[in-house]
Ligand binder design. Structure first.
Ligand SMILES: Cc1cc2nc3c(=O)[nH]c(=O)nc-3n(C[C@H](O)[C@H](O)[C@H](O)COP(=O)(O)OP(=O)(O)OC[C@H]3O[C@@H](n4cnc5c(N)ncnc54)[C@H](O)[C@@H]3O)c2cc1C
Length: 405
């Protein structure tokens, strides 16, 4: 079996893994990132790049080039309850260099990070290479077993980082305990065409027990239709016509585009929502970050942001140790200590929103009364910066603290 050696091996080339790999390599650590797919092309992965991530890109000196890539800028958040419109978020007052959410295909974001990282001699990206198991020696993790284009391999490392997403195989193999916080809904993703005169906005719609989110993507609308957990089979059994009628009743100005756009259930992608968190993010030699440590609900579209923030904190805390030797469990626990609080706050908000708003709305099949908070935000533009701050920057934003080496 082929054997490779590196200082830090990262399983997963998503936002957490690619950013962490780039930052560690930039700080002088030898890093190998494994990504099981042959490219970053995947649909509906979540394409929001939040102001705090744009701030990190700015601190890395990458923002100007990054924003040359095609993207849409979202500056306000709007919600429609029945026939009433409410503006509830305004990103233009944030204390960040970029006062908007950039919507960009996630593969463009990851490709960009990969291009920057590949300029560093100590960064290695192995595509089509899937981590299968952990290598343990005397109770310590010292690398991974993987399968690549040329067969099985072992990658030995002083530190293994599991950034392989919410179905993390390394987290399963680690024996670390997962707490499932529950999610009463799933999401159906679909695309609708954009027509001249459409608003360039992020629009949430609530009507007759249905929830629909439309995200303006310049040449199409990325749409999320929320359904009760496990409800997709029943929707398919009812047939396409009934499903299209449901969409038409909630899609507002885009209702007339449904019949032409949705010809088959193959154009509708089910994403099963999970919200969970590890009790302990680390064991000797292994650290879990991003969704592997805490799968996020799509509410607020903050999962990528949290994954990036974990990556920045990991690099800030561990690269000074990794440039000298092997981090101990106490070093790894410092990452959890730093990131667990922001994760808990955001997940608590997501769980409260899904239990207090989403689940009752999906069950009641009627249009709810607009909550008082929504009315206040709509009436008082100044207050809209606070939800924008919570969503756009999160709690305890991370900053790049490492010089480039
Ligand atoms: C329905 C839905 C919609 C969402 N929408 C948004 C949104 O709009 N905005 C937002 O910020 N967040 C959104 N999220 C959450 C977001 O997708 C995640 O929180 C975020 O992508 C986590 O990043 P990550 O790097 O930790 O994991 P991932 O993005 O899952 O990346 C993990 C990577 O590891 C690779 N991998 C997996 N297993 C292995 C292995 N064994 N070996 C090697 N590679 C492996 C995968 O191919 C993948 O590239 C959404 C989530 C859901 C469920």
């Amino acid at each position: 079996m082929e054997t490779l050696s590196t200082t830090c091996v990262i399983a997963g080339g998503g936002p957490a893994g690619m950013m962490c790999g780039y930052l560690l390599a930039r700080a002088g650590v030898d890093v190998t990132v494994l990504e099981k797919h042959k490219d970053f092309l995947r649909d509906f992965r979540g394409d929001t790049v939040h102001p705090s991530t744009l701030q990190v890109m700015h601190e890395l000196g990458l923002l100007e080039d990054f924003l040359k890539l095609p993207h849409t800028r979202i500056r306000t958040a709007t919600i429609e309850i029945g026939d009433e419109h409410f503006t509830i978020g305004d990103f233009s007052r944030l204390p960040t260099i970029a006062k908007f959410i950039a919507l960009m295909p996630q593969w463009d974001f990851l490709d960009f990070l990969a291009q920057q990282a590949k300029k560093l001699p100590n960064f290695h990206l192995l595509m089509q290479t899937e981590a299968k198991d952990l290598i343990a020696q005397n109770g310590r993790i010292c690398g991974v077993l993987a399968t690549g284009p040329n067969g099985n391999m072992q990658i030995r490392a002083g530190l293994t980082i599991a950034a392989d997403g919410r179905r993390s195989i390394l987290r399963d193999k680690s024996g670390l305990k997962v707490n499932d916080l529950g999610a009463p809904f799933d999401v159906l993703w679909l695309s609708l065409p954009v027509l001249p005169g459409d608003p360039a906005d992020l629009i949430g719609k609530i009507r007759d027990g249905q929830l629909f989110v439309m995200i303006y993507r310049t040449d199409y609308w990325q749409c999320a239709y929320l359904i009760p957990k496990g409800g997709f089979d029943a929707i398919k059994a009812d047939g396409l016509t009934k499903f299209r009628n449901r969409l038409k009743s909630i899609a507002g100005f885009a209702a007339g585009r449904i019949d032409d756009a949705i010809k088959d259930f193959d154009q509708v992608k089910l994403l099963t929502v999970t919200v969970d968190r590890l009790s302990s993010w680390a064991r000797p030699g292994l650290l879990c970050i991003g969704d592997a440590a805490h799968a996020m609900s799509p509410i607020g579209g903050v999962g990528i942001n949290l994954a990036i923030q974990d990556a920045v904190a990991t690099a800030n805390i561990l690269s000074p140790v990794l440039t000298k030797g092997v981090p101990g469990l106490r070093d790894l626990k410092r990452v959890q200590k730093r990131r667990e609080f922001p994760t808990k706050v955001i997940q608590s908000f997501q769980v409260a929103a899904q239990n207090a708003v989403l689940a009752p709305t999906l069950a009641a099949m009627k249009t709810p009364e607009p909550p008082l908070l929504v009315k206040i935000l709509n009436a008082w533009p100044w207050a809209r910066q606070f939800p924008a701050r919570f969503i756009g920057m999160g709690v305890r934003p991370e900053h790049v603290r490492l010089p480039k080496r």
